[in-house]
Design a protein around this ligand. Sequence first.
Ligand SMILES: Nc1nc2c(c(=O)[nH]1)N[C@H]1C(S)=C(S)[C@@H](COP(=O)(O)OP(=O)(O)OC[C@H]3O[C@@H](n4cnc5c(=O)[nH]c(N)nc54)[C@H](O)[C@@H]3O)O[C@H]1N2
Ligand SMILES: Nc1nc2c(c(=O)[nH]1)N[C@H]1C(S)=C(S)[C@@H](COP(=O)(O)OP(=O)(O)OC[C@H]3O[C@@H](n4cnc5c(=O)[nH]c(N)nc54)[C@H](O)[C@@H]3O)O[C@H]1N2
Ligand code: SF4
Ligand SMILES: [Mo]
Length: 646
Amino acid sequence: MSQSIQRTFCNRDCPDACGLLATVEDGRVTRLQGDPEHPVTRGFLCYRTQKFLSTQYSLQRLTSPLLRRGGELRPVSWDEALDFAAERLLTIRKESGPAAILHYRSGGSLGLLKCLSDYFFQLFGPTATKRGDICSGAGDAAQLLDFGLNDSSDLFELYCSRHILLWGKNAFVCSPHTFAVLRQARGRGARLVLIDPVHHRTASACEAHYQPRPGGDFALAMAVARVLFERGWTSPEAEGYCEHLEDFRRLAFARGVEEWCREADLPRAAAEDLARRLGPEKPAAILVGWGMARRTYGGAIVRALDALGAITGNLGLSGGGVSFYFRRRSAFDLSFLGGAKPPRTIDEVSFGRDLLLAEPPVRAVWVTCGNPVAMLPESERVAQALRARALVVVVDSFLTDTARCASLVLPTTTLLEADDLLGAYGHHYLGASRPAVPPPEGVKSDLEIIQALASRVGLGEAMAGSAREWKRRLIEPLSRHGVSLEDLERGPVRNPAAPKVLFAGRKFPTPSGKVRLLTEAPPRQPESEPDFPLWLMALSTEESQSSQWAEPAEGPAPVTVHPDSSSGLADGELAVLESALGALEVVVRHDARQRRDVALIPKGGHLSGGRCANALVRAAATDLGEGGALYEERVRLVPGRLSPRR
Ligand SMILES: Nc1nc2c(c(=O)[nH]1)N[C@H]1C(S)=C(S)[C@@H](COP(=O)(O)OP(=O)(O)OC[C@H]3O[C@@H](n4cnc5c(=O)[nH]c(N)nc54)[C@H](O)[C@@H]3O)O[C@H]1N2
Ligand SMILES: Nc1nc2c(c(=O)[nH]1)N[C@H]1C(S)=C(S)[C@@H](COP(=O)(O)OP(=O)(O)OC[C@H]3O[C@@H](n4cnc5c(=O)[nH]c(N)nc54)[C@H](O)[C@@H]3O)O[C@H]1N2
Ligand code: SF4
Ligand SMILES: [Mo]
């Protein structure tokens, strides 16, 4: 028996970008471990990747292209599949122009070579692309506006923090390796506090948990700002590196601390406690969760948190900062993607509606690394919009909700077969993945698929090159720092261009060189909607990576509510969860630690399994960055079952 240990990297849409060790016996991966030598991975994996071998070797995995004929998806050869795709794309481009073709790529893999799919469609058109960002649009835009840059200090700077404010962040589930660093920081004396309407397991590492009204964070931040100003706890230097300081102060003083706190549904003591941690007891780091900004005024909320970090002098300070994102692509040369302007864009948040209304019509959609039917709002409408196209090609390893709407499905490689480059959005380490095993017979990598298509449409030469050749091209900036591809393949390398302390010297790449403080409050939101009293939040769960489940989930989705908000339904009882858009059969779970105005459901449930939260969520944009206000939908729990007709 032959046995070896292959070193690679996890490419999932996760902040941690772990180093993996795959034990391979007779050509089959038999064990997956976290790389003990990776400074962030430290030898352990999350639940979902620990269980990945059942996905890798699942009998549901696709091993042949599927072409829709007579209404059914049927296996065909690769030549037939690719000839069909090439012929249809060329015809549509000839008849209707490249704006009739849409390329949609999401976060199935964060490997940088996935950009080659974008590159192909730029050369082939440029074709239409998506616009906005369902994941982090509002927060990204907020930080770019305020700081001119969306990046973070070194993760291990948290060891220098006196306080760490986890603002709407569930690191335990979403970034388990950051969670481990947080616990170590606590061991070194840092004090942790969670600000999140939802009770979750990250609270276990925190000495305090404030549960504001969903979206109440803006008011809470203003209460904190007012306390900071009143007590003289702001930095005397803030005037020098902040624009609009006086206007911001006026904004904070527009209401009393008590009034702001009432709006946030928290006691005054909460604002005072947070102000003390940020002001006299700095350095304090604010870690901003991506989820928190998925609200109507998510951009304004992140801007308010940026301002708290700025006025207290926590920016540019070791152990301070307001961290939303780590620039995972900054080490790589992606300039070949150039600036080809798409002839039109389709809004990701209202994808279904935009696609249905697009005029002249989008005739073809190419989906890769994404499951928009399950993961975008108004799932049924997204499915309907896709089914109404002349051509839908989906590149995936499984027959997802989206693949079920396709005319052609092309089976592709998994993270254990990937040959790619990785940066992380939760720390500054880079890596190169290498296939631990070859793909099964009948499966091609995304690069091979794009190249085979390119050679059929006259773009073979432009797309040519092995994965390693492309990698060498992308890491050109690193070679100037003496980092080679071989170095990256041997193990993690810290991005040499990434700062240890971001904004040291308090210089900001904004037009004025200063932080731009916000000066206006968003409109007040209605506090209750009598017909739909609960905010629906479809949140990350340990068991899945968005719609990719470690083990198939069956039966009605669990919905967690405070016992007082369960419409009299017992724990474990079946019920119907209704929004203004749709209804789902669910099983009720009681949790007295939750607020009385929220209903929690796992993110990533499948439409085909009747578990998809996005069947209830209407498309609504955030105030900044064209993100999705995914957690703003209101719902109610109703006794009974869903009648089959509905
Ligand atoms: N209601 C609600 N909706 C949400 C969210 C929420 O919190 N609530 N979260 C949002 C967020 S943060 C995000 S990022 C999006 C995620 O949305 P998506 O990125 O669409 O998420 P996934 O379900 O992970 O879909 C990725 C697909 O890529 C496939 N895949 C994996 N590896 C590869 C590969 O190497 N090549 C190719 N071609 N395919 C591959 C997987 O099998 C999977 O079907 O969803 C958003 N939707
Ligand atoms: N296990 C697992 N891990 C994942 C993923 C997964 O699907 N499963 N998804 C990955 C992806 S795509 C991403 S983008 C990241 C981030 O994934 P996210 O799911 O965005 O996780 P968080 O950033 O922790 O943000 C979610 C938190 O925001 C809180 N929140 C919601 N509304 C508010 C509010 O109004 N105020 C406050 N203060 N908090 C609020 C929620 O209660 C929740 O605790 O995680 C990645 N990690
Ligand atoms: S999903 Fe995230 S935590 Fe899990 S192995 Fe991959 S990078 Fe690590
Ligand atoms: Mo995301």
